[in-house]
Design a protein around this ligand. Structure first.
Ligand code: GLV
Ligand code: MN
Ligand code: MN
Length: 431
């Protein structure tokens, strides 16, 4: 292993010690102390290599490396925040890989006096995970104009702390602004298609569509023993039926060609006491598919089931915040550039789609974007056991360096059919 790969892996291990959990993962939810420590660690690392670091109004962290004074900027990035008891690779790998790729390019351009026409900014997007503060992909949603900064800043966590207060608390908020000309992200796959196909690199051609809903099931608080069944308005029964309905819809609407994936990831019962029929449950349900028509049919079925469950459980189900994005392509010219770069390095690669949302889901709607994956062992993610082998990580950094080098030289001539779209046409977020 060469010196640059050894240095990447050493930095990765140092970074993974921040917010480390007993089970081998990390817990660095957005704007917590652990997230702040990771941001400061990253700042120290890149400043040591001559980057300049700034924060914007929603706490996105920009680490800039100016190769050509006054030239426009190419962004490379991902996120340093994590899920509770999350894995150490999700997001953080891509941010660190971006810094190392930029650094290598600076060194090689200095030696070869090569012709860069762009500068490089590594962006650590604020709150990609959306666990402490909803929705996910918050920093890139504000950057791309999909949600107003004021709405994001006023969002509260379960303890009533706002995003603004939390970001001020860790001292990573500012007023910096930086337009970029293109965006590149590398991330772990979080699924097992690369591993199953024996491939080292995934070239992401499109996102799956996703419809995420908050439902609030309203019942009436009562005594679990003394209240006869006929008199109950049990919010927990209604919410549980909705969880089961979501799974049934996934099974019913998936076709051989287009899978449907549904989940309930968060479920809060009030007052959650042993002898009390629940008065309210807040839950989050998401429905995803590769095909817009299949997604629309599954989505309609979900809302029909909601009405049926209201009658069955004698409850009222309110729809709260929603966060929606379409199944949509990445830039085809970017895909081709990345495939050629992978070939030049002798890396095996294949085309994949992303089931998970990423900051590139937002960025691809406003600038030409390239999204790359490295394999996840057994597809395990959002789990302390998340793992990507060292050899796969360093191959990814090599590829990112090669792709970024080509882009910085001006070789990414966007495919016009998939770029310059309106910023709001594919992802919407509302509360
Ligand atoms: C990310 O936000 C996801 O839901 O996949
Ligand atoms: Mn991620
Ligand atoms: Mn994640």
């Amino acid at each position: 292993m060469n010196q640059s790969n050894t240095s990447f892996l050493a930095d990765f291990r140092s970074m993974s010690s921040i917010g480390a959990t007993a089970g081998g993962g990390v817990d660095r939810q957005a704007a917590t102390m652990a997230d702040g420590q990771t941001r400061n660690w990253f700042r120290g690392l890149v400043e040591g290599h001559g980057f300049t670091v700034r924060y914007d109004q929603i706490g996105n962290q920009y680490s800039m490396l100016e190769l050509v004074p006054g030239a426009p900027w190419i962004a490379v990035g991902s996120h340093l925040d994590s899920q509770p008891l999350g894995g150490r690779f999700d997001g953080a790998y891509g941010v660190l890989a971006g810094a190392h790729a930029a650094q290598r390019i600076q060194d090689s351009f200095a030696v070869a006096k090569d012709s860069a026409v762009f500068n490089i900014v590594v962006i650590n997007w604020f709150n990609e995970e959306g666990c402490r503060f909803k929705p996910s992909m918050m920093g890139s949603s504000v950057y791309t104009g999909k949600i107003p900064a004021s709405q994001a800043l006023d969002t509260t966590d379960p303890d009533g702390v706002t995003v603004r207060e939390a970001l001020e608390g860790i001292g990573t908020i500012g007023d910096f602004e930086l337009p970029v000309s293109a965006y590149i992200e590398i991330h772990i796959e979080q699924g097992r298609s690369l591993e199953d196909r024996g491939l080292g690199i995934g070239l992401v051609e499109s996102t799956w569509g996703a419809n995420k809903y908050e439902f609030i099931v309203h019942g009436d608080q009562a005594h679990t023993g003394a209240t006869i069944i006929a008199d109950r308005q049990d919010a927990l029964l209604g919410a549980s039926a909705l969880v089961v309905a979501a799974r049934e819809i996934a099974l019913e609407y998936s076709t051989d060609e287009h899978m449907v994936i549904t989940s309930c990831g968060e479920f809060n019962v009030f007052p959650n006491s042993p002898v009390v029929v629940a008065s309210r449950v807040n839950l989050l349900v998401d429905v995803r598919s590769t095909d817009p028509d299949v997604l629309a049919a599954a989505d309609a079925a979900l809302h029909t089931r909601v009405s049926q469950i209201e009658k069955m459980a004698n409850v009222r189900i309110e729809r709260g915040a929603e966060h929606v994005w379409d199944a949509k392509s990445y830039d085809l010219a970017g895909l081709k550039l990345a495939a050629e770069a992978a070939d030049s390095l002798g890396l095996s690669h294949g085309v994949v789609r992303t089931l998970a949302g990423h900051d590139s889901t937002n960025m691809k709607d406003v600038v030409p974007t390239i999204m790359l994956f490295v394999p996840s062992v057994e597809g395990i993610s959002h789990n302390e056991r998340e793992l990507t082998h060292d050899a796969d990580m360093v191959a990814g950094v090599d590829l990112l360096t090669e792709v970024l080098t080509r882009v910085v030289r001006g070789e990414f001539v966007s495919d016009s059919a998939t770029t310059n779209r309106a910023s709001t046409d594919s992802v919407s977020v509302s509360r």
